[in-house]
Write a protein that binds this ligand. Structure first.
Ligand code: PDD
Length: 284
């Protein structure tokens, strides 16, 4: 079966989908996106992702062209028809096609596109190879709380890291650690989770939010504050989170090995708690 795509309310084969040359997403990166994880054919934290999509859209003054209930139903239908059980939904909403002009069109058409993709299984908590992070300067804009499709700075950072044998780029500005090119980053310092607050330089990650809920249940304190690179490299444990990876423990920061060269106990504990939440929400 050929891959399916949801496009402005219709579900059609991806090969038949057409986006206008003057779509503002293509010309100006004038749009926002979401990545939802599918477990057992069900989107995890569906509501939270849709809420963030609405916040991101409002952040760029974009009125989503599809009412929320209709979008929800369309996405669930897409998941069902695409047959993907373990994977993700990628969704992007742009201001649509209009004659090229920096000024917003008076009546934007809007384009909403979504499709599902299978993903490989995530390593069990504490297992798998640790991620290697490369520190890079933060050259992104100051509205990183918006999940914007304008990701060139992230793309360049990630490629710089990967080309040098690392897995992820971690942004550092004046010694301050913000987040990674496609994930949030956390340090365990004196038994507490330390991470930069969300806002101009950090996306409010949905996995980050679930992590905080799990931490509260496990009575692990969270300290949202400025995290310096000098502290991060000396942390007992370091990990990164995202919808597609859940939690990955960090093995290296540039040349420096973190912790004991294996996943730390709190990281594994938090990962098990997140997986428990996933099972509660998406099983049977
Ligand atoms: N990225 N920070 C950035 C810059 C991200 O791109 C992401 C996710 C996160 C983690 O957010 P969440 O837990 O909601 O996935 C943090 C997605 C997965 C991507 O671009 O593919």
């Amino acid at each position: 079966m050929s891959e399916l795509v949801y496009i402005n309310g219709e579900i059609i084969p991806m090969a038949d989908a057409r986006i206008g040359v003057e779509d503002r997403g293509y010309q100006f990166a004038d749009g926002v996106y979401e990545v939802f994880r599918l477990y057992n054919g069900r989107p995890f934290t569906f509501k939270e992702h849709l809420d963030r999509l609405e916040r991101s859209a409002a952040g760029i003054k974009l009125a989503l062209p599809t009412p929320r209930t209709e979008l929800e139903a369309g996405l669930l239908k897409l998941v069902d028809r695409s047959g993907v059980r373990e994977g993700m939904i990628y969704l992007q909403a742009t201001r649509g096609v209009a004659p090229r002009n920096h000024v917003f069109p008076e009546s934007p058409s809007g384009t909403v596109v979504a499709y599902c993709r299978p993903l490989p299984p995530i390593p069990n908590p504490g297992e798998g190879e640790g991620a290697k992070l490369m520190a890079v300067p933060d050259e992104r804009w100051k509205r990183c709380w918006i999940k914007s499709i304008a990701l060139l700075a992230n793309v360049l950072a990630k490629n710089e890291a990967v080309s040098q044998g690392y897995d992820e780029a971690v942004f550092v500005e004046n010694g301050v650690v913000t987040e990674c090119s496609a994930s949030n980053v956390f340090a365990i310092i004196n038994g507490k989770i330390v991470t930069h607050p969300v806002g101009s330089k950090v996306l409010p990650g949905i996995t980050r939010e679930v992590l905080f809920q799990c931490a509260a249940e496990l009575k692990i304190e969270v300290d949202e504050r400025t995290l310096m690179e000098s502290e991060a490299v000396r942390a007992q444990e370091l990990f990164i989170t995202s919808t597609t990876r859940e939690i990955s423990w960090v093995a290296r920061w540039n040349e420096k090995y973190i912790g004991q060269g294996r996943c730390g106990p709190l990281t594994a504990k938090l990962h098990r708690a997140i997986q428990q939440r996933v099972r509660q929400e998406t099983n049977g």
